[in-house]
Write a protein that binds this ligand. Structure first.
Ligand code: SF4
Length: 123
């Protein structure tokens, strides 16, 4: 059974094999497969819904919302970290792919941290 938004996913009309790793996949093959899947996600009209779904379940395998399993785990940790501060998590529009993009998200999250300048440290 598909959720409503899934019917509108860009991956629905093509080959879904790019989104899930086959057994015994080599690193180079994995990089190519993931890059191809992320290119599809990049243009997908339901990418954010897909990502939120995958984070909420959580989906453990495959590319969802343009992120790999490891990237989603990072995103979940980042959001939990923000939740532990008592503030709403910073929701950064997901940009796909590069470490530089993730650095952008980290910079946004740090910008919302309270400043520690001028605070005294107890001995
Ligand atoms: S974001 Fe990617 S995996 Fe999710 S529905 Fe769109 S194309 Fe498919």
């Amino acid at each position: 059974m598909k959720l409503g938004w899934q019917e509108r996913g860009s991956c629905q009309s093509g080959d879904a094999s790019a989104f899930f790793a086959p057994d015994s996949e080599r690193i180079r093959e994995r990089e190519k497969r993931e890059a191809a899947a992320k290119r599809v996600c990049e243009e997908c009209p339901v990418r954010q819904q897909c990502l939120e779904h995958a984070l909420a379940l959580p989906e453990q395998f495959g590319i969802w919302g343009g992120l790999t399993e490891l990237e989603r785990a990072d995103e979940s940790r980042r959001r939990r970290g923000a939740a532990g501060t008592g503030r709403a998590p910073v929701v950064v529009p997901i940009r796909i792919g590069s470490q530089r993009d993730r650095g952008f998200a980290d910079t946004q999250a740090q910008a919302q941290q309270p400043s520690r300048e001028g605070t005294e440290v107890a001995a």
